[in-house]
Each structure stands twice: as structure tokens, then as C-alpha cells.
Design a protein around this ligand. Structure first.
Ligand code: NAP
Length: 316
């Protein structure tokens, strides 16, 4: 009897990796075994994954030996870093290198690296449209991931590069939801510069990653960008309004004003939105809802996501 292939999932207790673990376990054909890596195997989230049928293992991206143990015997590995926990691009790069090296040592056949663009390939450091941050970055949480792409190549890790989109959950957890405007009306305020925004239900990123693993190894070396839908600010506001039964307008916040809001990461996010607006159609082409639906036929539209999540959105 052939043994089932193991997929080790970094970030298994988080949004992207959690979606992947649940997708692996929800497959009625149970093609793969889900091995969920976490620093805290006793946490509620880790226990919930174990109850669903995942093999939960201890591991830490800051501890290379623990990665090698967790990747041993795995066919596939999903790699993600969490910039927002420490906001250090250098640490993110070190973690990515440790993961890439551990996949090589373990002889992993297919790696998915959850990456983003190194924006400095488009906007050089001396281009003052975006202020330079932390001395050598334009969008630190993008740049460090994109800069780590070559590390996976250097380690000869058989890698599919997965580009995530803006999670619609940011409207719930990241303080980006609608807020009280003048009178009774609500306002969705984001710095989009008139651009449309590729967005996705966070759970769908993992489901798309599962679609990549299911396809086999054809996508190795490719960049696959996922999105649920691409919408303008006024379109998102109107859809939110219809779901919440409130009038919601859209305010396109100037990039400088957003960068100046003073919360941790405001400059990084302001630069991110401006980068996306500068790239325009090139950015939109890099995240394809059609391809995402091929990988994950259950892909949610924004309306479907709103219907499921309207009750979780708080008005600031
Ligand atoms: N929000 C967005 O719109 C968006 C869009 C695209 C990309 N992203 C990127 O998504 C990344 C975060 O992914 P997420 O949203 O899936 O994460 P998340 O929901 O914030 O959860 C973080 C996950 O990372 C794990 N983790 C953190 N540090 C670790 C370490 N040292 N070793 C092992 N595991 C570690 C945590 O595991 P334990 O705590 O259980 O160990 C947890 O599973 C960020 O880097 C962000 O830039 C976000």
C-alpha cells in the first residue's frame, strides 16, 4: 500500500496556512496528509487543527533544526513568514533562507513560497515618489519576501511562487473597515489613487495553494498570483453598503495622508497602495481571479465574503 504524501504547512495556525491545512483535510479523497507546524502545539488553534485530523508538530522559522525535523519525509512544504509580528525585513529574509535550506536538506519535491513583489525592481531607492523606509526598502513587507525568491532558487528548492492579494479580512482585523462619516453615512477610506484593488478571502489563499499542490509539479518555477475579485474603492463601498443595509461612500485618501496616520506600518502600507496604483494594470495582471477559480472552484466573490462576514465588521 502506498503511503500518503505529507504536506508540511508553515503558518498552519494562521490565515494562509490554516486555509491550506483545512483544504487538505476537507478533500474527500484525502490525497495528502497535513502536517501543521507551529511554535505552540498546545494553543487552541493548534489543538483545533489536530481535532480536524492534522498532524501537529513543533517548529520555529527562527530555529533551522526544528524546520529540518518538521520537513523530514514531506513531499510538499508551504512556506510563509509573518512580517507583522516583528516588522523586520531582515528577520523575514533569514526565516525564508532557513526554510529554503531545510526543504533542500529534506529533499522536498514541491515548495510553495508565499511571496510578494520586491517593489524596488520597479521603484528604485532614489525614486522619491515613495519614501525610502528602514534605510533600504520601499514596501518593507513586500520587499523582503520578493528579495527572498532568489534564495529558494539558490537552494534549488523546487518552488512555486504564490503571490497573495489584500485580504478582505483587513476590513475586520486590520482597522480598515468602514467608519462613521458625516451624518448617518459611513465611509470606506483607503488610499487607492483611483486604482482597483485585487482582494481575496484569506481562507481562499490556502485553498488555491492546495489547488497548486494537487496539480502536481507543473507550476514549479512559476509565479501564481491569486485574487477573488478586482474592485474599485467605490465598488467595494457600494457592495458593503448593500450588505450592511447602510449608505457607505468611498474616500480615496491621499497617499501622504495615509502614510502620516502614525499607526505602526502606516508608511509601509501607504507605500504599498501607491506602488499598486503606480503599477496599475501590470499589478492587476499579476493576480488572476480566473486562474484562482481554476485552482479553487469554491473561490468567494466579495459579495459572498460580505454575506458570510458582515456580522464581524465593526464600524470605527
Ligand atoms: N493581510 C493581508 O492583506 C496580506 C496580504 C498578502 C500577504 N500578507 C502576508 O501574510 C503574512 C502573514 O500570513 P498570515 O496572515 O497567514 O499569518 P497570521 O494569520 O497573522 O498568523 C501568523 C502565522 O505565522 C506563524 N509564525 C509566525 N512566526 C513564526 C515562526 N517564527 N515560526 C513558525 N511559525 C511562525 C504563526 O504560527 P504560531 O504562532 O502558531 O507559531 C501563525 O500561524 C505576512 O507576512 C503578510 O505580509 C498579508
Amino acid at each position: 500500500m502506498s503511503e500518503k504524501k505529507i504536506i508540511t504547512v508553515v503558518g498552519a495556525t494562521g490565515a494562509q496556512g490554516g486555509g491550506l491545512v483545512r483544504a487538505i483535510l476537507a478533500d474527500p479523497e484525502r490525497r495528502f496528509v497535513a502536517r501543521a507546524l507551529t511554535r505552540k502545539p498546545d494553543s487552541d488553534k493548534a489543538r483545533a487543527l489536530a481535532r480536524l485530523g492534522a498532524e501537529v508538530v513543533a517548529g520555529d522559522s527562527d530555529d533551522p533544526a526544528s524546520l529540518e525535523r518538521a520537513f523530514a519525509g514531506a513531499h510538499g512544504v508551504f512556506c510563509v513568514t509573518n512580517f507583522w509580528e516583528h516588522m523586520s525585513p531582515e528577520r523575514e529574509g533569514t526565516q525564508a533562507r532557513a526554510m529554503a535550506q531545510a526543504t533542500r536538506k529534506a529533499g522536498v519535491r514541491h515548495v510553495i513560497w508565499s511571496t510578494l513583489e520586491d517593489t524596488r525592481k520597479w521603484i528604485r531607492l532614489d525614486d522619491n515618489r515613495l519614501p525610502t523606509l528602514q534605510g533600504k526598502y520601499k514596501v518593507p513587507h513586500f520587499d523582503a519576501k520578493g528579495a527572498a525568491d532568489h534564495v529558494f532558487a539558490e537552494e534549488a528548492a523546487p518552488t512555486t511562487y504564490l503571490l497573495a492579494s489584500f485580504y478582505w479580512e483587513n476590513f475586520i482585523h486590520f482597522g480598515m473597515g468602514p467608519r462613521q462619516g458625516a451624518g448617518d453615512d459611513l465611509v470606506l477610506a483607503l488610499p487607492l489613487g483611483g486604482a482597483r484593488l485585487p482582494g481575496i478571502a484569506a481562507e481562499d489563499i490556502g485553498k488555491c495553494a492546495y489547488g497548486v499542490f494537487r496539480r502536481g509539479t507543473d507550476t514549479i518555477g512559476q509565479r501564481i498570483g491569486v485574487a477573488g475579485e478586482v474592485l474599485s474603492g467605490p465598488e467595494m463601498a457600494a457592495k458593503m453598503g448593500r450588505t450592511l443595509g447602510r449608505k457607505i461612500g468611498f474616500a480615496d485618501v491621499p497617499f501622504d495622508a495615509y502614510r502620516g496616520l502614525g499607526f505602526p506600518g502606516a508608511e509601509d502600507l501607504g507605500n504599498m497602495f501607491q506602488f499598486q496604483a503606480i503599477l496599475g494594470d501590470e499589478f492587476l495582471r499579476s493576480r488572476d481571479p480566473g486562474l484562482s477559480r481554476d485552482l479553487n472552484p469554491q473561490l468567494l466573490s466579495f459579495d459572498a465574503w460580505l454575506t458570510a462576514n458582515a456580522g464581524r465588521m465593526t464600524i470605527a
